[in-house]
Write a new protein. Structure first.
Lengths: 395, 367
């Protein structure tokens, strides 16, 4: 550690102590504590001063989190507001104006604004940039019309990150703009979309004459694709590298506890997946050490690729390990969960839900393109639609 | 666990540059490949590496004439040896023989190995995994008698470090390769850049050096070898991946670079992920061993179980994605496949390491 790093560490310690002294966690309402934490710059230490941070490297966040957790301080709702914390916050920090940062980061942090993501559409999945939801300028506002899909948590969200087409007369990537959309607008209709597991994590979202102030535009008009890439890179990092380890631990626990399930041929497969989970955990750890500060790059795509392959392989093995038990399922009720709980549910749930891991947040096939082209520098796919105005594309 | 540093320090990067330059200059493919047709002499490169750069004694404390470094630095050297398939006895002499002697407290032969004036070979089949070793050489009134097959670099070693069955259990002896009664027969090796030889002892005079710690010494040497072999495998895999990427970007068929086809690029994306993960497990093992962490046997088994198959996969993709060129003697890819496949068998296969892991992490086999 350098002299500067020691000084930063000491300053953070002082701030943590002062925060705890003035806001005793035992006697402070959680949201009041989080407000105070935000205001003293301990929410996201890498963010600018006045916006929940102190402008110091992100690697210092761990020290703050550890100290506050040890003191029993209220935690921000990171799991419940995964889109907010994992995607909206870093994108607002990177592209927001001073005014936007002031207006949106604090409510996000204290749990007042839960976010969802209005990106994918029925006609725009892997080819996200071809999306058709239109935003038309009307004075100081934009009028938005269209349909979004695969929107997790839309029923609980106050805000959304939204990508819409503002110019159909230019090629698809150039005509997009990024907005922060108020989900309580009367033109927003949310319908649950039931999935393979029985629950409805996702929704369809219909946008009919939804009014979004131009003040909620993130980045310039037409810059939406560039802004969205920041969000997507963060999404891929947000999908954690610790999940396979937690899943394999379930299988390992069953193997130890239930000798009657053991099968010598299965043991090698189990250890193979244990090794791969450990390799993935270490790869994620090394990625974090490499990118201790700054925005994640396309390397995050690799973690997501590994995660999908592993969760599917592990849960597939887990079903076979349980044999007769694998014939049963724990709950087909239509529920609308706030978070994905891989570990709290049964093996059948894990097996079915894991199928989505190679589809959500970029299919594994698209992620291989991302790695091949943006990390390895291989020639891009032939893109016949690249120079054609969006309105002239076959649909 | 979270204290592991999975990156490289500036000093380690500088060490890498030095070793890479040396191999680029003195271990060119055209020279290395001659090993397969005639006995080639790479003593000069080894002397530069061992003596001038002082790397033979990397794992030896300064008080014993070494550099006082750790497996973190040795791992960097191993990565570069893998990248160049360098025909140098670093693993056999500076790791396996050296660590075994270090653990016994022997100093005379050790100083000489650390200084690079002699090379040593731990006289165990290269395929032997970490764990208990049943020696095949016996000590009697007339000296050592017995046979050990497939010993790496035994034909060029000056000193053999020999696990021996004694009256009270395992012993460790040193023997001059040129001693009376010794017969070292070079084998035709799959990987001629790390040649193996069969060693026969017929009433050979030896020096017992174990100070009662023979079993620990052999176990420690094999564990350290397994940790570091993973880094060599990462080096092999990196070369294969980078070389393949270069080729598929240049090679055109159907009017476009073959690397633009998803049939190839998706496999390369997967391979890149594997090679990155292999790098993380190898670095973790090297760091864990360097810190003397009790998790080392697990970290070593994970690294070996993972990296040995990744190196083979990378070499196989390298051959396949080069098409016919990959099958030729004139192109270096075959050297890497031979090293990768030999490395997969060296110090235990991935199957062995997984079986060992099942014990280490408490996954019982029987119902």
């Amino acid at each position: 550690m350098t002299f500067d790093e020691h000084a930063i560490g000491r300053d953070l310690d002082t701030r943590v102590r002062r925060l705890l002294a003035t806001h005793d966690p035992a006697h402070t309402e959680p949201h009041k504590f989080l407000e105070a934490r935000f205001d003293t710059g301990l929410a996201w230490v890498q963010f600018p001063e006045g916006h929940g941070g102190l402008g110091v490297p992100q690697s210092f966040q761990e020290q703050v989190n550890a100290a506050l957790t040890a003191a029993g301080a209220p935690e921000p709702a990171v799991a419940k507001n995964g889109i907010g914390f994992g995607m909206a916050a870093p994108t607002i920090a990177a592209f927001g104006t001073e005014e936007q940062k002031r207006k949106f980061l604090r409510p996000l942090y204290i749990g007042e604004h839960i976010y969802c993501q209005l990106f994918s559409e029925p006609g725009a999945g892997s080819d996200l940039a071809s999306l058709a939801t239109r935003a038309v300028r009307d004075g100081d506002d934009w009028i938005v019309n269209g349909q979004k899909v695969w929107t997790s948590g839309a029923q609980n969200a106050q805000m959304a990150i939204l990508v819409a087409r503002t110019d159909p007369n230019v090629p698809k990537h150039a005509g997009l703009t990024y907005f922060l959309c108020d989900m309580t607008d009367p033109g927003v209709e949310v319908r649950p979309l039931r999935q393979i597991t029985g629950e409805a994590e996702f929704n369809e979202v219909f946008l009919t004459d939804v009014r979004v102030p131009d003040a909620n535009r993130l980045g310039a008009e037409g810059q939406g694709w560039h802004v969205a890439l920041t969000t997507l890179n963060n999404e891929r990092v947000a999908i954690g590298s610790g999940v396979p380890s937690a899943m394999i631990d379930k299988v390992v626990a069953a193997w130890r506890a239930q000798p009657e399930l053991r099968n010598p041929a299965m043991l090698d497969e189990l250890v193979r997946l244990w090794v791969e989970s450990e390799a993935t955990r270490l790869t994620g750890e090394r990625l974090r050490q490499q990118f201790a500060s700054g925005q994640p790059g396309p390397e995050g795509a690799a973690m997501k690729l590994a995660l999908a392959r592993l969760t599917q392989a592990i849960s597939g093995l887990e079903m076979q390990l349980h044999g007769e038990g694998g014939l049963r399922y724990d709950d087909w009720t239509l529920r609308r969960p706030e978070i994905v709980d891989f570990i709290g549910r049964g093996p059948g749930y894990r097996y079915l839900r894991a199928k989505g891991n190679s589809i959500e947040g970029g299919t594994s096939e698209i992620l291989r393109n991302v790695i091949a082209e943006r990390v390895l520098g291989l020639p891009p796919e032939h893109r016949v639609d690249k120079d054609i105005a969006w309105k002239d594309l076959p649909r | 666990m979270s204290t592991a540093n999975l990156l490289y320090t500036d000093t380690e990067d500088a060490l890498r540059d030095t070793v890479r330059r040396l191999f680029a200059d003195r271990c060119k493919f055209r020279a290395v490949v001659t090993h397969y047709d005639a006995e080639a002499d790479f003593t000069g490169v080894w002397k530069t590496l061992a003596v001038e750069l002082g790397l033979a004694g990397l794992l030896v404390p300064e008080s014993l004439g070494g550099a006082g470094a750790s497996t973190r630095e040795a791992a960097v050297v191993m990565e570069e040896i893998g990248r160049a398939v360098a025909p140098v006895p670093f693993l056999s002499s500076a790791v396996l023989a050296t660590v075994a002697l270090l653990k016994t407290g022997e100093t005379q032969a050790l100083r000489s190995l650390a200084g690079g004036s002699t090379t040593g070979a731990l006289t165990i089949p290269l395929s032997k995994p970490p764990g208990a070793y049943a020696a095949t050489v016996r000590v009697g009134a007339s000296g050592l008698t017995g046979r050990v097959s497939s010993v790496a670099d035994a034909n060029t070693a000056d000193v053999l470090v020999v696990p021996v069955v004694g009256p009270d259990g395992l012993e460790l002896h040193t023997v001059a390769r040129a001693a009376a009664g010794m017969k070292v027969t070079p084998a035709l090796s799959l990987d001629m850049t790390r040649p193996i030889a069969d060693v026969e002892f017929s009433a050979v005079a030896s020096t017992r050096v174990d100070n009662g710690a023979a079993e620990d010494a052999v176990a420690e040497a094999l564990l350290c070898g397994a940790v570091l072999l993973a880094s060599e495998q990462v080096g092999v895999a990196q070369w294969c991946l980078e070389t393949t990427l270069g080729y598929v970007k240049r090679r055109k068929q159907f009017g476009r670079a073959v690397g633009s086809f998803q049939a190839l690029k998706h496999r390369l994306a997967d391979l890149w992920l594997e090679v990155s993960s292999a790098g993380a497990t190898a670095r973790y093992a090297a760091d864990t061993y360097a810190r003397g962490d009790a998790e080392t046997p697990i970290a070593a088994a994970v690294a070996q179980a993972y990296c040995s198959d990744v190196a083979v996969h990378a070499a196989e993709e390298c051959i396949q994605q080069h098409g016919g060129i990959g099958m030729t003697w004139e192109y270096p890819a075959h050297l890497y496949l031979k090293r990768a496949k030999s490395d997969q068998l060296a110090l235990g296969t991935a199957y062995h390491h997984r079986a060992r892991l099942a014990e280490l992490i408490d996954l019982p086999t029987s119902p």
